[in-house]
Design a protein around this ligand. Structure first.
Ligand SMILES: Cc1ncc(COP(=O)(O)O)c(C=O)c1O
Length: 375
């Protein structure tokens, strides 16, 4: 294939330019402006949350969520182990102590059983729990939320990968106390870089918006009573976000259709196992489709030679040198996150992936997995 088949490239709706042009014409080239306000309102309405705060990245959003949860130096925060480092970094920005929790086999996300064990065993209880919904699959939120409520921990959903996924009819990110989404270039909708925080608590939204714009106290001169951050999304990028948001529903359908096609294509192949199907009540956005195979690194390299981009699964947090002293809860000798890392390969899953491109990917993956060299 001539064209490079990418993992999850941006998918423009065609209307982005008119929003950007409007911002330029009106001279709103700032981290304030009408697109930001409108993007926040439209986003909150779309996911069914009372408040939304637009920020410069998902990481910035998670940092502000921890601040809103009152997390400071020496506090404990429980966090998913099978995730991207950006879920955990903000805990360290606050000089707090991350405790890592392994995944379960059915959701690939933070295990409610292990969370319960950690709540019981840890003498210092956590101020917050960060649960990441990886590849669009949603964690077992009913139990997780119940446990957080019981132990008085703020539940932060890292929904950076799961915008558009629903859990018993509610959007992922809106079930805990605070939810955070990412609009990074590879996400289901993108502003090139950006993020959104949602919450139903007005006072938390107000506080996070205030911190995101340098914590300015209204006064005729510059007055700052607290440390602030330069985390606000720009008005131009919010314009791109508005255009992208309008196509979210169709992007979810396209990614779900990709998943279905992969699922059907690999059904009969015993060497290729697809990620779990949706659990009852869950509807994943299928941000990335993942297969479990014997030699993912070798297959990834061979696919690259065929102009197909794929990625290994997240390398779990307990394996990261910067977290080597963190406590890690797992149920068995070999952690679920380790198995997922050892066998998982993310396949091209963009909402603009053509049928022809996907057929080519399927053909190459089958060829490589059936080959003796990759056993
Ligand atoms: C699970 C997860 N958390 C957090 C982030 C951070 O988002 P951002 O890149 O917008 O800072 C990402 C993606 O990049 C992610 O995949």
């Amino acid at each position: 294939m001539e064209k490079h088949v990418l993992l999850s490239p941006p998918d423009l709706s065609g209307n982005e330019l008119s929003y950007v042009e409007q911002a330029l014409q009106d001279n709103w080239i700032a981290p304030v402006g009408p697109h930001i306000d409108a993007f926040e309102e439209e986003f909150a309405a779309q996911v069914g949350s009372s408040h939304a705060v637009a920020v410069s990245s998902g990481t910035a959003g998670l940092h502000l969520a921890l601040l809103a949860a009152g997390v400071s130096a020496g506090d404990v925060v429980f966090c998913s182990d099978f995730t991207f480092a950006a879920s955990v970094n903000p805990i360290l920005y606050q000089q707090a102590i991350p405790v890592l929790i392994d995944s379960d086999q059915t959701t690939w996300n933070l295990s409610a059983d292990l969370l319960e064990e950690a709540f019981k065993k840890e003498s210092k209880k956590p101020k917050a729990v960060i649960v990441a919904h990886i590849y669009g699959q949603v964690a077992e939120l009913t139990r997780i939320k119940k446990l957080c409520d019981e132990y008085g921990a703020v539940l932060i959903e890292d929904a950076c990968e799961s915008l558009g996924s629903t859990y018993h009819g509610k959007h992922s990110g809106t079930i805990g106390d605070i939810g955070v989404y990412s609009f990074n270039g590879n996400k289901i909708i993108t502003t090139s870089g950006g993020g959104m925080i949602v919450t139903n608590k007005a006072h938390l939204a107000k506080k996070m918006r205030y911190w995101s714009a340098q914590a300015k106290t209204p006064a005729p001169y510059y007055l700052h009573e607290e440390v602030g951050y330069n985390y606000r999304l720009s008005n131009i990028l919010a314009g791109i976000g508005r255009a992208q948001l309008k196509t979210l529903a169709s992007k979810v359908e396209k990614r779900r259709a990709n998943f279905e096609r992969y699922h059907e294509a690999f059904l009969e192949n015993e060497k290729i196992q697809i990620m779990p199907m949706d659990l009852p009540g869950v509807r994943s956005n299928r941000w990335l489709t993942v297969v479990k195979i014997k030699q993912p690194a070798k297959v990834m390299e061979a696919l690259a030679a065929k102009r197909i981009e794929s990625r290994l699964n997240w390398n779990p947090m307990h394996r990261q040198p910067f977290l080597k002293t963190a406590t890690f809860y797992k149920a068995n000798e070999i952690a679920v996150s380790d198995q997922l890392f050892a066998n998982g390969l993310c396949l091209p899953s963009g909402s603009n992936l053509t049928k022809e491109e996907q057929d080519y990917v399927i053909q190459q993956v089958k060829l490589l997995c059936d080959s003796k060299e990759n056993e």
